[in-house]
Design a protein around this ligand. Structure first.
Ligand code: PEP
Ligand code: MG
Length: 580
């Protein structure tokens, strides 16, 4: 038995065989000599790998052309031409004969030389060709090395998915009904993999460091996503113990399901809006099942993560409309595209950046790509005719940026008017407060919009200088750090003074201890992963506003995260049964 301790990413306990998913983009290329007599066989291996690569590319080309139009299929046509190029093939054959080295190595060397040559040219079109050569070579090498990239959508039996790191697109595309749990080497509690694991209600432990080294395919794995424990090949005693933990966890889920449909009012009758964060339209069922009052954050960027697609205005409009129509009478706050940083969208080329988290992301990117932004704004506006839609801009760092975003919204409205498309002219507009500069000037910003929503995942990251996805510094991602508490209090007070509604959609809102403090500080609305709603509802239903105010005042006077946590644990013992 091997035991690993990681970061609890998504609650719940699961026990299933491991599926170890490797997605190292740069495989180690083997290099060995071959004899004259092996040349024929080596060339044969190469030809059949090329043939299989051709089949892959043809499928991709047809799918891209069908889903997005012929021009998108053209990229793959270029790949097919390369696979057929007689000059390339004879150069590789010659090199194989001369070097008497294995074909993987020969191909790799050839491709590297080609890529270097192309990238050295002045012509940007030829430089792009370098990426195509890399792509095609990679595909052939995968076949040669039997490294067929397994699609997680094809999982056909229950597994604990053990991975080094998963892209958001892997999370979106996987067969969710078969992934009982996730055990990941990388990532932290507010990383996007964790957020999506909670969205899909898959227990997850992240930041394990070496899970992919320790687990082998098919070995039984226990994942306790609430405690952060992972057991590989458990001994019979441990297995029995975790079977009990799992049964308790299921009981607890049943209890919480009972709470979900109750109201969210304090013992002295103050109604609190508890909303859900969603990433994909399919989550609206979960929003209702967990008793959320609406959607406080729809992370629209995940619509852009479906493999091979950059959604059109029509596709986006239909997705937003579907969410609104599935939640009649409930508000839905749609956040405009928050791409960049750690949210990589393969379809949008953001280029290499040294500091992507401080770089061209979210509203900065949208303001630069006018077409993309206008398309999204029009789609949201058109959907607003079908429900209580609200719009929210991410990563605002100053007033000019906000003015530019508001201007863009006016332009989109004007286009809709000219096209005769219905929309709600007075749809509420708000911003995320997730950059310290925005928190410092919350009063200036709040005067321009109807609501502020505090995004603590990023606000903590930027205020405390802690990469939210880096497991090595995850221990520093502290919601109860005095700097964070003071900033949050300030945003609430400044927002209220300017007449804005203040909510929070960062993960801090899902922490039952924090929820009491936030309530006491006067936060108007909470938004969190749907699975967390009943947990927070339970604690809110068990405190009074005067207690909450008292607790908040006490916590704000403490000097450290540690003291605040210790105080809250003591004071709320039994009430806030935290998942951590
Ligand atoms: C946040 O930063 O707190 C937030 C809610 O946005 P995201 O997690 O999508 O960056
Ligand atoms: Mg954010």
């Amino acid at each position: 038995m091997r035991k690993l301790q990681g970061i609890p990413g998504s609650p719940g306990v699961a026990i299933a065989p491991a599926f170890v998913f490797f997605d190292d983009d740069e495989p180690t290329i083997p290099r060995y000599s071959i004899g004259q007599g092996e040349l024929g066989g080596e060339w044969e291996r190469f030809r059949s790998a090329v043939e299989r690569a051709r089949e892959d590319v043809t499928v991709l080309r047809d799918r891209a052309a069908q889903e997005m139009g012929n021009e998108h299929g053209a990229i793959f046509d270029a790949h097919l031409l390369m696979l057929d190029d007689p000059e390339v093939l004879s150069a590789i054959e010659l090199s194989l004969k001369e070097s008497l080295l294995n074909i993987e190595w020969v191909l790799h060397q050839y491709a590297q030389t080609m890529v270097k040559k192309l990238e050295g040219l002045d012509d940007p079109v030829m430089q792009e060709r370098g990426a195509d050569v890399h792509d095609v070579t990679h595909r052939i090498l995968n076949h040669l090395m039997f490294r067929e990239r397994f699609s997680l959508a094809d999982l056909d039996h229950d597994v604990v998915l053990v991975a080094h790191n998963l892209l958001p697109s892997d999370m979106i595309g996987m067969n969710h009904s078969r992934v009982r749990a996730l055990a990941m080497d990388k990532g932290g509690k507010t990383s996007h993999t964790a957020i999506l694991a909670r969205a899909f209600e898959i227990p997850a432990v992240l930041g394990l460091g070496g899970a992919t080294r320790l687990a082998r395919n098919g070995e039984l794995v226990v994942v306790d996503g609430s405690a952060g424990d992972v057991l590989v090949d458990p001994d019979p005693d441990s297995l029995a113990r975790y079977e009990k933990v799992r049964a308790r966890s299921l009981d607890r889920e049943r209890d919480l399901a009972g709470i979900a449909q109750l109201g969210a009012a304090t013992t002295d009758g103050r109604e609190v809006a508890l909303k859900a964060n969603i990433e994909v339209p399919e989550e609206t069922d979960s929003v209702l099942r967990h008793g959320a009052a609406g959607v406080g954050l729809f992370r629209s960027e995940f619509l852009f993560l479906q493999p091979g697609r950059k959604p059109s205005e029509e596709a986006q409009y239909l997705a937003y409309r579907r969410v609104l129509e599935s939640l009649p009478g409930r508000p839905v706050t749609i956040r405009t595209l928050d791409v960049g940083g750690d949210k990589v969208v393969p379809e949008l080329v953001l280029g290499e950046e040294k500091n992507p988290l401080l770089g061209w992301r979210a509203i900065r990117y949208c303001l630069a790509d006018k077409d993309l932004f206008q398309t999204q704004l029009r789609a949201i506006l058109r959907a607003s005719a079908y429900g209580d839609a609200r719009i929210m801009f991410p990563m605002i760092s100053g007033p000019d940026e906000l003015d530019a975003a508001l201007l863009a919204l006016e332009e989109a409205k004007e286009t809709c008017r000219q096209r005769g498309q219905a929309f709600r002219d007075d749809l509420p507009v708000g911003i995320m407060i997730e950059v310290p500069s925005a928190a410092m000037i919350a009063d200036i910003l709040a005067a321009k919009v109807g609501f502020l929503s505090i995004g603590t995942n990023d606000l903590i990251q930027y205020t405390l200088a802690v990469d939210r996805g880096n497991e090595r510094v995850a221990y520093l991602h502290e919601p109860f750090h005095p700097a964070i508490l003071r900033l949050v209090r300030q945003v609430i007070d400044m927002g209220h003074a300017a007449g804005a509604v203040v909510s929070m959609c960062g993960e801090m809102a899902a922490d039952p201890y924090a929820a009491v403090v936030l309530l006491g500080l006067g936060l108007d609305e909470f938004s969190m992963s749907a699975v967390s709603v009943p947990v927070v509802k339970r604690v809110i239903r068990s405190v009074s506003m005067s207690d909450a105010r008292d607790i908040a005042a006490h916590v704000l006077a403490l000097g450290s995260h540690r003291e605040a946590e210790a105080y809250l644990r003591e004071r709320l013992r039994g009430l806030a049964d935290s998942d951590d």
